[in-house]
Design a protein around this ligand. Structure first.
Ligand SMILES: [Ca+2]
Ligand SMILES: [Ca+2]
Ligand SMILES: [Ca+2]
Ligand SMILES: [Ca+2]
Length: 462
Protein backbone atom coordinates (compact mmCIF):
# COMPACT_ATOMS: atom_id res chain seq x y z
CA UNK A 1 0.00 0.00 0.00
CA UNK A 2 1.34 3.38 -0.90
CA UNK A 3 0.20 6.60 0.65
CA UNK A 4 -1.67 7.34 -2.58
CA UNK A 5 -4.00 4.42 -1.98
CA UNK A 6 -4.63 5.65 1.54
CA UNK A 7 -5.78 9.00 0.29
CA UNK A 8 -9.37 8.08 -0.23
CA UNK A 9 -10.74 10.56 -2.73
CA UNK A 10 -9.81 13.79 -0.99
CA UNK A 11 -6.84 14.99 -3.01
CA UNK A 12 -8.10 15.54 -6.53
CA UNK A 13 -4.91 17.03 -8.01
CA UNK A 14 -3.62 13.71 -9.28
CA UNK A 15 -6.87 13.07 -11.11
CA UNK A 16 -6.57 16.03 -13.47
CA UNK A 17 -5.69 14.09 -16.62
CA UNK A 18 -8.18 11.39 -15.76
CA UNK A 19 -10.78 14.08 -15.26
CA UNK A 20 -10.40 15.39 -18.80
CA UNK A 21 -10.93 11.94 -20.32
CA UNK A 22 -13.87 11.24 -18.06
CA UNK A 23 -15.60 14.49 -18.95
CA UNK A 24 -15.73 13.27 -22.55
CA UNK A 25 -17.26 9.97 -21.45
CA UNK A 26 -19.79 11.70 -19.21
CA UNK A 27 -20.70 14.11 -22.00
CA UNK A 28 -21.37 11.11 -24.22
CA UNK A 29 -23.56 9.53 -21.53
CA UNK A 30 -25.60 12.73 -21.16
CA UNK A 31 -25.95 12.83 -24.95
CA UNK A 32 -27.19 9.22 -25.05
CA UNK A 33 -29.61 9.79 -22.18
CA UNK A 34 -31.01 12.89 -23.90
CA UNK A 35 -31.30 11.06 -27.22
CA UNK A 36 -33.19 8.23 -25.52
CA UNK A 37 -35.56 10.79 -24.10
CA UNK A 38 -36.21 12.25 -27.54
CA UNK A 39 -37.20 8.78 -28.73
CA UNK A 40 -39.34 8.34 -25.65
CA UNK A 41 -41.15 11.60 -26.42
CA UNK A 42 -41.73 10.58 -30.01
CA UNK A 43 -43.29 7.37 -28.78
CA UNK A 44 -45.45 9.48 -26.51
CA UNK A 45 -47.11 11.23 -29.48
CA UNK A 46 -48.18 7.80 -30.68
CA UNK A 47 -49.53 6.78 -27.31
CA UNK A 48 -50.82 9.83 -25.49
CA UNK A 49 -52.52 7.74 -22.82
CA UNK A 50 -49.18 6.27 -21.83
CA UNK A 51 -47.87 9.59 -20.46
CA UNK A 52 -46.73 8.34 -17.10
CA UNK A 53 -45.03 5.31 -18.57
CA UNK A 54 -43.04 7.61 -20.86
CA UNK A 55 -41.88 9.53 -17.78
CA UNK A 56 -41.05 6.16 -16.25
CA UNK A 57 -38.97 5.33 -19.32
CA UNK A 58 -37.15 8.65 -19.04
CA UNK A 59 -36.32 7.92 -15.39
CA UNK A 60 -35.08 4.50 -16.42
CA UNK A 61 -32.68 6.01 -18.96
CA UNK A 62 -31.36 8.41 -16.34
CA UNK A 63 -30.64 5.46 -14.02
CA UNK A 64 -28.94 3.55 -16.85
CA UNK A 65 -26.84 6.66 -17.55
CA UNK A 66 -25.76 6.76 -13.90
CA UNK A 67 -24.65 3.12 -14.10
CA UNK A 68 -22.55 3.94 -17.18
CA UNK A 69 -21.07 6.98 -15.42
CA UNK A 70 -20.03 4.86 -12.42
CA UNK A 71 -18.42 2.29 -14.71
CA UNK A 72 -16.56 5.05 -16.57
CA UNK A 73 -15.37 6.56 -13.28
CA UNK A 74 -13.99 3.20 -12.12
CA UNK A 75 -12.42 2.51 -15.51
CA UNK A 76 -10.63 5.85 -15.48
CA UNK A 77 -8.88 5.03 -12.19
CA UNK A 78 -7.90 1.61 -13.56
CA UNK A 79 -6.56 3.24 -16.74
CA UNK A 80 -4.47 5.56 -14.56
CA UNK A 81 -2.86 2.51 -12.94
CA UNK A 82 -4.67 2.98 -9.61
CA UNK A 83 -6.97 0.70 -7.69
CA UNK A 84 -10.60 1.37 -8.73
CA UNK A 85 -12.12 4.38 -6.97
CA UNK A 86 -15.13 6.66 -7.41
CA UNK A 87 -13.84 10.19 -7.80
CA UNK A 88 -16.20 12.09 -10.08
CA UNK A 89 -19.75 10.76 -9.89
CA UNK A 90 -21.63 13.03 -7.51
CA UNK A 91 -24.37 11.25 -5.59
CA UNK A 92 -26.87 13.88 -4.52
CA UNK A 93 -29.58 15.75 -6.48
CA UNK A 94 -27.73 15.68 -9.80
CA UNK A 95 -29.22 16.59 -13.16
CA UNK A 96 -28.64 14.05 -15.95
CA UNK A 97 -30.30 14.63 -19.32
CA UNK A 98 -33.89 15.69 -18.65
CA UNK A 99 -34.02 14.04 -15.25
CA UNK A 100 -32.37 13.91 -11.84
CA UNK A 101 -30.80 11.24 -9.68
CA UNK A 102 -29.58 10.40 -6.19
CA UNK A 103 -27.40 7.48 -5.06
CA UNK A 104 -28.66 6.44 -1.64
CA UNK A 105 -26.09 5.18 0.87
CA UNK A 106 -26.31 4.26 4.54
CA UNK A 107 -25.04 6.07 7.62
CA UNK A 108 -25.26 3.96 10.76
CA UNK A 109 -24.86 7.01 12.98
CA UNK A 110 -28.13 8.70 12.01
CA UNK A 111 -31.67 7.67 11.11
CA UNK A 112 -32.85 11.24 10.65
CA UNK A 113 -31.62 11.96 7.15
CA UNK A 114 -30.60 10.02 4.10
CA UNK A 115 -26.95 9.94 3.06
CA UNK A 116 -25.66 9.55 -0.47
CA UNK A 117 -22.76 7.85 -2.21
CA UNK A 118 -21.46 4.86 -4.12
CA UNK A 119 -20.48 2.26 -1.50
CA UNK A 120 -17.26 0.19 -1.65
CA UNK A 121 -18.40 -3.37 -0.96
CA UNK A 122 -15.22 -3.95 1.08
CA UNK A 123 -16.74 -1.56 3.64
CA UNK A 124 -19.21 -4.35 4.52
CA UNK A 125 -19.03 -7.76 6.19
CA UNK A 126 -18.80 -10.63 3.68
CA UNK A 127 -21.43 -13.18 4.68
CA UNK A 128 -19.57 -15.93 2.79
CA UNK A 129 -16.37 -15.46 4.80
CA UNK A 130 -17.10 -13.88 8.19
CA UNK A 131 -16.83 -16.34 11.11
CA UNK A 132 -20.17 -17.25 12.73
CA UNK A 133 -19.23 -15.74 16.10
CA UNK A 134 -18.91 -12.36 14.29
CA UNK A 135 -22.11 -12.78 12.26
CA UNK A 136 -23.94 -13.51 15.51
CA UNK A 137 -23.21 -9.92 16.60
CA UNK A 138 -25.19 -8.40 13.72
CA UNK A 139 -28.62 -6.86 14.43
CA UNK A 140 -31.32 -9.53 14.56
CA UNK A 141 -28.84 -12.42 14.53
CA UNK A 142 -27.84 -14.88 17.23
CA UNK A 143 -25.54 -17.91 17.54
CA UNK A 144 -28.13 -20.25 15.99
CA UNK A 145 -28.84 -18.11 12.90
CA UNK A 146 -25.10 -17.44 12.46
CA UNK A 147 -24.36 -21.17 12.63
CA UNK A 148 -27.17 -21.85 10.15
CA UNK A 149 -25.49 -19.36 7.77
CA UNK A 150 -22.12 -21.06 8.29
CA UNK A 151 -23.68 -24.50 7.64
CA UNK A 152 -25.34 -23.16 4.47
CA UNK A 153 -22.01 -22.05 2.98
CA UNK A 154 -19.59 -24.68 4.32
CA UNK A 155 -18.85 -27.72 2.16
CA UNK A 156 -19.85 -30.40 4.65
CA UNK A 157 -23.16 -31.77 5.96
CA UNK A 158 -22.23 -31.67 9.63
CA UNK A 159 -24.71 -29.58 11.61
CA UNK A 160 -23.15 -26.93 13.85
CA UNK A 161 -24.71 -26.22 17.23
CA UNK A 162 -28.15 -24.78 16.46
CA UNK A 163 -27.31 -24.73 12.75
CA UNK A 164 -29.00 -26.44 9.78
CA UNK A 165 -27.88 -28.58 6.83
CA UNK A 166 -29.74 -30.31 3.96
CA UNK A 167 -31.56 -32.71 6.34
CA UNK A 168 -33.43 -29.73 7.76
CA UNK A 169 -34.20 -28.01 4.44
CA UNK A 170 -35.29 -31.21 2.66
CA UNK A 171 -37.82 -31.86 5.42
CA UNK A 172 -39.59 -28.53 4.71
CA UNK A 173 -42.69 -28.27 2.51
CA UNK A 174 -40.63 -27.02 -0.45
CA UNK A 175 -37.54 -29.13 0.10
CA UNK A 176 -34.12 -28.04 -1.11
CA UNK A 177 -30.50 -28.78 -0.33
CA UNK A 178 -28.18 -26.56 1.68
CA UNK A 179 -25.95 -24.79 -0.82
CA UNK A 180 -22.63 -25.92 0.69
CA UNK A 181 -20.92 -23.16 -1.25
CA UNK A 182 -20.47 -19.42 -0.92
CA UNK A 183 -23.35 -16.93 -1.30
CA UNK A 184 -23.87 -15.33 -4.72
CA UNK A 185 -26.51 -12.75 -3.71
CA UNK A 186 -27.60 -11.34 -0.36
CA UNK A 187 -31.21 -12.35 -1.06
CA UNK A 188 -30.02 -15.96 -0.94
CA UNK A 189 -29.87 -15.47 2.83
CA UNK A 190 -33.67 -15.74 2.81
CA UNK A 191 -33.25 -19.45 2.01
CA UNK A 192 -31.38 -19.98 5.28
CA UNK A 193 -33.41 -21.20 8.27
CA UNK A 194 -34.91 -18.44 10.43
CA UNK A 195 -33.71 -15.63 8.18
CA UNK A 196 -36.57 -13.53 6.88
CA UNK A 197 -37.06 -10.02 5.62
CA UNK A 198 -37.47 -8.75 9.20
CA UNK A 199 -33.95 -9.91 10.07
CA UNK A 200 -32.53 -8.51 6.83
CA UNK A 201 -34.31 -5.16 6.71
CA UNK A 202 -35.49 -4.60 10.28
CA UNK A 203 -38.00 -1.75 10.41
CA UNK A 204 -36.48 0.03 7.41
CA UNK A 205 -38.83 -1.43 4.83
CA UNK A 206 -38.08 1.26 2.25
CA UNK A 207 -34.30 0.82 2.81
CA UNK A 208 -33.47 4.51 2.97
CA UNK A 209 -31.73 4.49 6.36
CA UNK A 210 -34.32 6.99 7.63
CA UNK A 211 -36.94 6.46 10.34
CA UNK A 212 -40.10 7.17 8.33
CA UNK A 213 -43.37 7.84 10.14
CA UNK A 214 -44.88 4.45 9.20
CA UNK A 215 -41.74 2.79 10.60
CA UNK A 216 -42.33 4.33 14.01
CA UNK A 217 -46.08 3.96 14.61
CA UNK A 218 -46.19 0.34 15.89
CA UNK A 219 -48.74 -1.50 13.76
CA UNK A 220 -50.94 1.49 12.85
CA UNK A 221 -49.45 1.25 9.33
CA UNK A 222 -47.13 -1.42 7.91
CA UNK A 223 -44.49 -2.41 8.83
CA UNK A 224 -44.96 -3.56 12.39
CA UNK A 225 -42.35 -1.66 14.41
CA UNK A 226 -41.63 -1.03 18.08
CA UNK A 227 -42.31 2.74 17.91
CA UNK A 228 -39.26 3.45 20.08
CA UNK A 229 -38.05 6.41 18.02
CA UNK A 230 -35.04 4.47 16.70
CA UNK A 231 -34.72 2.73 13.36
CA UNK A 232 -33.75 -0.96 13.45
CA UNK A 233 -31.96 -1.23 10.08
CA UNK A 234 -31.58 -5.00 10.12
CA UNK A 235 -28.50 -6.90 8.95
CA UNK A 236 -28.69 -6.01 5.26
CA UNK A 237 -26.75 -2.69 5.26
CA UNK A 238 -23.84 -4.42 7.02
CA UNK A 239 -23.52 -7.25 4.55
CA UNK A 240 -22.04 -8.11 1.17
CA UNK A 241 -21.31 -11.25 -0.81
CA UNK A 242 -19.08 -9.51 -3.37
CA UNK A 243 -15.93 -8.24 -1.65
CA UNK A 244 -12.86 -9.89 -3.17
CA UNK A 245 -9.46 -8.95 -4.43
CA UNK A 246 -6.78 -10.65 -6.41
CA UNK A 247 -3.64 -11.69 -4.56
CA UNK A 248 -1.41 -10.17 -7.24
CA UNK A 249 0.89 -7.19 -6.76
CA UNK A 250 -0.52 -3.86 -8.06
CA UNK A 251 1.27 -4.32 -11.41
CA UNK A 252 -0.08 -7.85 -11.85
CA UNK A 253 2.93 -9.81 -10.61
CA UNK A 254 3.26 -12.63 -8.07
CA UNK A 255 3.48 -11.68 -4.42
CA UNK A 256 6.31 -13.11 -2.34
CA UNK A 257 5.16 -15.60 0.28
CA UNK A 258 6.91 -14.46 3.46
CA UNK A 259 6.44 -17.82 5.17
CA UNK A 260 8.19 -19.95 2.56
CA UNK A 261 11.53 -20.14 0.79
CA UNK A 262 14.20 -17.53 0.29
CA UNK A 263 12.47 -15.08 -2.08
CA UNK A 264 11.66 -12.75 0.79
CA UNK A 265 15.37 -12.16 1.41
CA UNK A 266 15.86 -11.02 -2.18
CA UNK A 267 12.89 -8.69 -1.82
CA UNK A 268 14.28 -7.19 1.40
CA UNK A 269 17.67 -6.76 -0.27
CA UNK A 270 16.00 -4.92 -3.19
CA UNK A 271 13.86 -2.62 -1.07
CA UNK A 272 16.04 -1.81 1.96
CA UNK A 273 19.41 -0.16 2.45
CA UNK A 274 22.29 -2.58 3.05
CA UNK A 275 22.59 -1.70 6.73
CA UNK A 276 18.84 -2.13 7.28
CA UNK A 277 18.87 -5.40 5.33
CA UNK A 278 21.65 -6.70 7.59
CA UNK A 279 19.66 -5.58 10.62
CA UNK A 280 16.21 -6.99 9.83
CA UNK A 281 16.75 -10.06 7.64
CA UNK A 282 18.10 -12.25 10.49
CA UNK A 283 14.69 -11.75 12.19
CA UNK A 284 12.85 -13.58 9.38
CA UNK A 285 13.58 -17.25 10.31
CA UNK A 286 12.67 -16.77 13.99
CA UNK A 287 9.57 -14.78 13.08
CA UNK A 288 8.06 -17.50 10.90
CA UNK A 289 5.25 -18.34 10.59
CA UNK A 290 3.98 -14.79 10.14
CA UNK A 291 0.22 -14.43 10.67
CA UNK A 292 0.00 -11.74 8.02
CA UNK A 293 1.87 -8.80 6.50
CA UNK A 294 1.49 -6.58 9.57
CA UNK A 295 2.86 -9.34 11.80
CA UNK A 296 5.90 -9.40 9.49
CA UNK A 297 6.39 -5.63 9.83
CA UNK A 298 6.07 -5.78 13.63
CA UNK A 299 8.41 -8.76 14.10
CA UNK A 300 11.05 -7.35 11.73
CA UNK A 301 10.62 -3.91 13.34
CA UNK A 302 10.19 -2.22 9.94
CA UNK A 303 9.61 1.51 9.75
CA UNK A 304 6.35 2.88 8.38
CA UNK A 305 8.15 3.89 5.19
CA UNK A 306 9.81 0.49 4.72
CA UNK A 307 6.56 -1.39 5.27
CA UNK A 308 4.83 0.99 2.84
CA UNK A 309 7.24 -0.18 0.14
CA UNK A 310 6.80 -3.86 0.96
CA UNK A 311 3.22 -4.50 1.99
CA UNK A 312 1.72 -4.81 -1.50
CA UNK A 313 4.54 -7.12 -2.58
CA UNK A 314 4.13 -9.77 0.10
CA UNK A 315 1.52 -12.29 1.23
CA UNK A 316 0.94 -15.19 3.60
CA UNK A 317 -1.79 -16.65 1.40
CA UNK A 318 -1.34 -19.13 -1.43
CA UNK A 319 -4.83 -18.34 -2.79
CA UNK A 320 -5.19 -16.37 -6.05
CA UNK A 321 -8.26 -14.54 -4.66
CA UNK A 322 -8.77 -13.09 -1.18
CA UNK A 323 -12.45 -12.78 -0.30
CA UNK A 324 -14.11 -10.72 2.40
CA UNK A 325 -11.28 -8.35 3.32
CA UNK A 326 -12.64 -5.29 5.11
CA UNK A 327 -11.63 -1.81 4.01
CA UNK A 328 -9.96 -0.12 6.94
CA UNK A 329 -10.20 3.28 5.23
CA UNK A 330 -13.93 3.31 4.43
CA UNK A 331 -15.75 0.76 6.62
CA UNK A 332 -17.96 2.33 9.29
CA UNK A 333 -17.05 1.80 12.94
CA UNK A 334 -19.99 -0.60 13.31
CA UNK A 335 -18.49 -2.92 10.67
CA UNK A 336 -14.91 -2.65 11.97
CA UNK A 337 -16.15 -3.69 15.43
CA UNK A 338 -17.02 -7.07 13.87
CA UNK A 339 -13.41 -7.92 12.97
CA UNK A 340 -12.08 -10.98 14.83
CA UNK A 341 -10.34 -10.02 18.04
CA UNK A 342 -11.86 -6.53 18.16
CA UNK A 343 -14.54 -5.34 20.53
CA UNK A 344 -17.13 -2.57 20.50
CA UNK A 345 -15.33 0.77 20.52
CA UNK A 346 -12.25 -0.40 18.60
CA UNK A 347 -13.99 0.44 15.31
CA UNK A 348 -14.40 4.04 16.39
CA UNK A 349 -10.73 4.22 17.43
CA UNK A 350 -9.79 3.08 13.92
CA UNK A 351 -12.12 5.63 12.31
CA UNK A 352 -10.59 8.39 14.44
CA UNK A 353 -7.03 7.36 13.55
CA UNK A 354 -7.31 6.47 9.88
CA UNK A 355 -6.95 9.92 8.39
CA UNK A 356 -3.50 10.44 9.91
CA UNK A 357 -0.45 10.53 7.68
CA UNK A 358 1.38 7.29 7.11
CA UNK A 359 2.94 5.13 4.40
CA UNK A 360 1.61 1.79 5.61
CA UNK A 361 -0.93 0.11 7.88
CA UNK A 362 1.44 0.37 10.87
CA UNK A 363 -0.69 3.19 12.33
CA UNK A 364 -3.20 0.49 13.30
CA UNK A 365 -0.78 -0.70 16.01
CA UNK A 366 -0.93 2.73 17.66
CA UNK A 367 -4.71 2.94 17.24
CA UNK A 368 -5.79 -0.33 18.89
CA UNK A 369 -2.62 -1.95 20.24
CA UNK A 370 -0.25 -4.50 18.70
CA UNK A 371 -2.04 -7.68 19.67
CA UNK A 372 -5.43 -6.66 18.28
CA UNK A 373 -3.90 -5.00 15.22
CA UNK A 374 -1.96 -8.11 14.22
CA UNK A 375 -4.97 -10.34 14.80
CA UNK A 376 -7.24 -8.19 12.61
CA UNK A 377 -4.74 -7.25 9.91
CA UNK A 378 -5.09 -10.45 7.88
CA UNK A 379 -8.68 -9.46 7.09
CA UNK A 380 -7.98 -5.84 6.22
CA UNK A 381 -7.48 -4.00 2.97
CA UNK A 382 -7.30 -0.41 1.82
CA UNK A 383 -8.92 -1.03 -1.57
CA UNK A 384 -12.25 -2.02 -3.04
CA UNK A 385 -12.75 -3.78 -6.35
CA UNK A 386 -16.56 -3.96 -6.09
CA UNK A 387 -18.94 -1.04 -5.63
CA UNK A 388 -22.70 -0.90 -5.12
CA UNK A 389 -25.08 1.92 -5.92
CA UNK A 390 -28.71 2.36 -4.88
CA UNK A 391 -29.80 4.66 -7.70
CA UNK A 392 -32.97 6.75 -7.50
CA UNK A 393 -33.80 8.50 -10.79
CA UNK A 394 -36.76 10.74 -11.62
CA UNK A 395 -38.04 12.25 -14.86
CA UNK A 396 -37.90 16.03 -15.15
CA UNK A 397 -41.70 16.28 -14.99
CA UNK A 398 -41.71 14.35 -11.69
CA UNK A 399 -44.20 11.79 -13.02
CA UNK A 400 -41.92 8.78 -13.27
CA UNK A 401 -39.17 7.42 -11.06
CA UNK A 402 -37.16 4.23 -10.75
CA UNK A 403 -34.85 2.86 -8.10
CA UNK A 404 -32.22 0.28 -8.99
CA UNK A 405 -29.71 -1.40 -6.76
CA UNK A 406 -26.65 -2.41 -8.76
CA UNK A 407 -23.32 -3.99 -7.93
CA UNK A 408 -20.32 -3.43 -10.19
CA UNK A 409 -17.25 -5.68 -10.07
CA UNK A 410 -13.92 -4.71 -11.63
CA UNK A 411 -12.33 -8.16 -11.31
CA UNK A 412 -12.39 -10.95 -13.87
CA UNK A 413 -15.14 -13.52 -13.09
CA UNK A 414 -12.61 -15.82 -11.38
CA UNK A 415 -11.42 -12.88 -9.24
CA UNK A 416 -7.76 -13.40 -10.05
CA UNK A 417 -7.06 -10.07 -11.80
CA UNK A 418 -8.52 -6.63 -12.50
CA UNK A 419 -10.35 -6.74 -15.80
CA UNK A 420 -12.66 -3.70 -15.92
CA UNK A 421 -16.07 -2.72 -14.51
CA UNK A 422 -19.06 -4.94 -15.20
CA UNK A 423 -22.50 -5.05 -13.61
CA UNK A 424 -22.86 -8.29 -11.65
CA UNK A 425 -26.20 -7.59 -9.98
CA UNK A 426 -29.25 -5.42 -10.67
CA UNK A 427 -32.43 -5.30 -8.64
CA UNK A 428 -35.41 -3.07 -9.42
CA UNK A 429 -36.63 -1.81 -6.02
CA UNK A 430 -38.87 0.94 -7.41
CA UNK A 431 -41.88 -0.63 -5.69
CA UNK A 432 -40.41 0.25 -2.26
CA UNK A 433 -41.76 3.73 -2.99
CA UNK A 434 -40.23 7.22 -3.25
CA UNK A 435 -37.62 7.13 -0.45
CA UNK A 436 -36.64 10.80 0.05
CA UNK A 437 -38.45 14.13 0.52
CA UNK A 438 -41.88 13.95 -1.22
CA UNK A 439 -41.63 17.71 -1.86
CA UNK A 440 -39.10 16.95 -4.62
CA UNK A 441 -41.69 15.09 -6.68
CA UNK A 442 -44.32 17.73 -6.00
CA UNK A 443 -42.00 20.55 -7.08
CA UNK A 444 -41.15 18.79 -10.34
CA UNK A 445 -44.80 17.97 -11.00
CA UNK A 446 -45.68 21.61 -10.44
CA UNK A 447 -43.27 22.53 -13.23
CA UNK A 448 -40.27 23.79 -11.20
CA UNK A 449 -37.20 23.53 -13.47
CA UNK A 450 -34.93 20.58 -12.57
CA UNK A 451 -31.87 22.83 -12.14
CA UNK A 452 -33.75 24.80 -9.50
CA UNK A 453 -34.86 21.65 -7.66
CA UNK A 454 -31.34 20.21 -7.89
CA UNK A 455 -29.82 23.37 -6.45
CA UNK A 456 -32.26 23.33 -3.55
CA UNK A 457 -31.78 19.66 -2.68
CA UNK A 458 -28.05 19.25 -3.21
CA UNK A 459 -27.36 19.63 0.47
CA UNK A 460 -29.10 19.12 3.74
CA UNK A 461 -32.22 17.25 2.66
CA UNK A 462 -33.32 14.22 4.63
CA1 LIG B 1 -22.83 -27.25 4.86
CA1 LIG C 1 -37.06 4.03 6.21
CA1 LIG D 1 -45.59 0.72 11.49
CA1 LIG E 1 -37.74 1.08 16.24
Amino acid sequence: MTRASLQYPTNRCRYTSRGAALVVVLFFIVFMVSLSMVFARQMQTEAVTAGNSVSQTQARFVALGVIEAIKADLQSSIDAGDEPTIDFVEPQAQVLGDGMYWIIAHDFTTDEEATFGVVPESARVNVSVSPPDRLALLPGMNTETANAIADWRDGDDEVREGGAESDYYLAQRTGYDAKNSRFETLEELLLVRDIDSTILFGEDTNRNGVLDSNENDANATPPEDNADGNLDVGAYPYLTVYSAESNQTPDGGERVNINQGGEVFQLLRDELSESRFNEVSPRVPGGRPFQNELDFAVKLRLTDEEFGELENEITTSGQPVRRGLINIMSAPAEVLDLLPGLEPGDGQKIVNAREQEGESMLWLVDAIGQEKAVQAAGLLTTDSYQYSADILAISGDGRGFVRYRVVIDTLAPDGSAVEGPRVVYTQDITDLGWPIDPAIRMALRAGTPIEEVAEQYRSGVR
